[in-house]
Design a binder for this molecule. Sequence first.
Ligand code: NAD
Length: 498
Amino acid sequence: MRTIEHWIGGGATRAGSTRTAPVWNPATGEQQAEVLLAEPVDVDLAVSTAAKAFESWSQTSLTKRTNVLFAFRELVARHARELAEIIADEHGKVVSDALGEVQRGLEVVEFACGIPHLLKGDYSDQVSTGVDVFSFREPLGVVAGITPFNFPVMVPMWMHPVAIACGNAFVLKPSERDPSASLLVAKLWAEAGLPEGVFTVLNGDKTAVDALLDHPDVAAVSFVGSTPIARYIHQRASANGKRVQALGGAKNHAVVLPDADLDFASDHLVAAAMGSAGERCMAISAAVAVGTGADQLVDAVAAKAKAVRVGPGRDEASEMGPVVTAAARDRITGYVDSGERQGARVAVDGRGLVVPGHEDGFFVGPTVLDHVTPSMEVYRDEIFGPVLSVVRADDVDEAIALINANPYGNGTAIFTGSGEAARRFQRGVKVGMIGINVPIPVPMAYYSFGGWKDSLFGQSHVHGPEGIAFYTRAKVVTSRWPRVDHPIAASYHFPTTT
Ligand code: NAD
């Protein structure tokens, strides 16, 4: 059985770990590896190695840091296919989808290549007679990233290229369900010339996370995962005096107005709900059909959902792969049972799907539930599977109210031909990322990514300008170089400008 180790200092290591967790192949249902689970002593080793590396990395010139980032960019681009195949094998998503994830991660690396410009401070000449003021930003120290299973390359890349470009040392605790891609990323950083200890991969579970949250030498924590854990991370790390950004779960609504192009909207709804088997924080999990055309919309969506080709992620013909574990499959089908019990109509039923040749794989077929109401569990909870719930509303204002009553606020979308309705929607919803005729509005790397309400704990979104601000702190210098022939008298009143 292959053992997936940590990456501490210059290479892969077991450190002091003895516990392991299974890593499954979701397409076959077989265990393909075991991953080490770090103990507090391993966390100590990782953090002290990172703290030592920080001392010199933080003093390395912007030019040298940028050279490493450009080299890393080239290596990730060259290994994109290999990364995508590792993702497909452990996560289950199809390779073409995994390639898209790598590409979106790469865009953050490209953003971070512009670090000399991004770190430029301000300068004000002669704010008072003979006095100048200027600002610059410094890195924080050792920063940790704790990431979810659903984007094993992209989500960590929202964090580490930015943190490292800013001069920090980064300790990544990836999901224990699909950890292998992070080890390849560590190798690529090393090949790019990043000094040992600046990027660390520490595999583990709650034990490792808690030790990171409590470690006095961890200055900041970036977390992406489910809402209950995000809330917990935010509380515990904040109580320990750390800077924290903790992105949580989602229930993303897509509103379809009667003036939308039905064919376009139903195509995009199905792709956004079923792509990556619905295991995306920006997946559309609730469709709000507005007005009298709801039945027509459900018919179009159902026909397209039934036509999705489900199969192993490595099969080029597959459009949707399995879900990540048997437990995830059972949780998802349990929700469909509950929706049916509570009165939803199962318009398309993905329960019990068997993929020939992959009978033991963790497959759930595309599922569409109609006549869902806000009191049902399938509407209230994040299912995180290929299940689209259709609710109905009379007009756009009722749809906006429905979205705003939901505790999550990650993403949302509207399909319409009306600019007036779209504008009312974009201004009215309490949600961080909004798509207009775009179902998965993931911001480009040079904007920041993040939700509102229970989808984010802490102030900062990730990457873009907020990422730079999160991984640095500002210094403002007020300076005076008095002329010896013009002495300036000291004064006892509070300094004011003259
Ligand atoms: P998860 O919350 O179970 O795990 C995330 C990370 O936290 C993992 O590294 C895991 O090891 C760790 N963890 C799990 N339980 C813990 C505990 N009790 N104490 C300390 N650490 C713990 O999430 P997941 O199932 O891996 O990922 C799916 C979730 O992530 C979904 O809710 C999805 O919406 C969310 N997500 C959100 C975003 C976003 O940008 N808002 C992006 C991707 C995924």
